[in-house]
Design a protein around this ligand. Structure first.
Ligand code: MN
Length: 361
């Protein structure tokens, strides 16, 4: 388990031995048992009841927890970690200009790498909430059609996507768009997220309705949900052309998260989140701009995070483009490979880990 120190104070769901699941806060390298410290209402198998209580309660509990840091902790070695919240709906965006540009160049070498809508709205798709799994869960290699004809079989182009996921606490009613200014009322915090992607299945199926089976087999998230308060904010990138009114954002809503992707223990890249073109408040405003409702436990992810440098790319398809060999001749994942994403704040505070190992089909 990550050694979190005493400032981040992320929330998760854990159990000890055959005991019941309960909510805890990661402190140093142990877990503060909130069911012990604050009462039996915390002996629940998900964060959803807490998430639904809203910003004032989130702030009050964080203050309470700060006063409990010298209580006895459950040692990490005794703890089993579980999916921290019941995922309601899951959406994945495409918010990194560098990532969208890299993929555009690969798939449409003759045209403009960015499609005409890209700078006018945050492109996204609805994913599969039921296959979001907690870090440490093995991922079975998916099978599918990899081209026309009898080409059903195991994916030969299994990839990772380094992402950040936003966790919705307070929902909204059908027909009531959420403004960028209301982001903090609705969003509790973040998880690290690996959007496992079968590029061969994806490439064949995505026209014209977008990602489907090449993505829906598994999405891994970190077990600890980091509250927004723990994150370093930086100015948002300049957006040119100007965006629609409902997408305009005020305040510093860039998040300075330093991500790291490793494969079998070898660091492949360090994608920087601070330069993402579209920010969290804009993703949320867009997600609800048509009046779609939000629910407690909704998860919306940033899309692959890639920076300007080749060793800041957040997927293997980008890292191995043009014959680059960042790891032992790998182009895509092999059975037995273990991919891990970690992150830190600008000041070096750890934000957790999401890891998963590939099992044969
Ligand atoms: Mn993705």
């Amino acid at each position: 388990m990550t050694h979190f120190g005493r400032e981040v104070l992320p929330y998760g769901v854990f159990s000890v031995g055959a005991g019941p699941r309960r909510v805890g806060v990661a402190v140093d390298d142990g877990v503060l048992d909130l069911a012990e410290a604050l009462g039996p209402s915390w002996e629940v198998p998900s964060l959803n009841p807490f998430l639904a209580q809203g910003r004032a309660r989130w702030t009050a509990v964080r203050e309470q927890v700060r006063g409990l840091l010298d209580q006895p902790l459950v040692p990490a070695s005794e703890v089993s970690l579980h999916l921290p919240f019941e995922v309601a709906d899951y959406v994945d965006f495409y918010a990194s200009e560098q990532h969208a540009t890299n993929l555009g160049r690969m798939f449409r070498p003759d045209g403009d790498p960015l499609l005409p809508n890209w700078k006018h709205l945050p492109v996204g798709y609805h994913g599969r909430a039921g296959t979001v799994v907690v870090s440490g869960t093995d991922v079975r290699r998916p099978a599918g059609l990899r081209g026309a004809g009898p080409a059903y079989g195991p994916s030969e182009k299994l990839d990772v996507e380094v992402e950040v996921g936003f966790v919705v606490g307070v929902g909204s009613e059908l027909g009531s768009p959420v403004s960028t200014a209301a982001f903090e009322e609705h969003v509790f915090g973040i998880v690290l997220l690996n959007d496992w992607s079968a590029r061969d299945i994806q490439a064949y199926e995505y026209v014209p309705l977008g990602p489907f089976l090449g993505k829906s087999f598994a999405t891994s998230i970190s077990p600890w949900v980091v509250p927004l308060e723990a994150l370093d904010r930086v100015p948002v990138p300049v957006q040119d052309p100007p965006v629609a009114d409902y997408l305009q954002v005020s305040g510093d809503w860039g998040l300075d998260l330093r991500l790291e992707l490793s494969l079998n223990g070898c660091v492949l890249s360090r994608p920087p989140f601070a330069g993402m073109y579209w920010t969290g408040p804009q993703l949320l405003a867009h997600l609800t701009a048509n009046g779609a409702s939000l629910r407690t436990g909704d998860l919306f992810a940033s899309g692959t995070v890639s920076g300007d440098a080749v060793d800041e790319r957040g997927s293997l398809i980008e890292l191995t483009w043009n014959g680059r060999d960042p790891f032992a001749g790998r182009t895509f994942l092999e059975d037995g490979d273990e991919a891990t994403i970690t992150a830190r704040t600008a000041s070096g505070l750890p934000l957790g880990t999401v890891t998963g190992r590939i099992r044969p089909v």
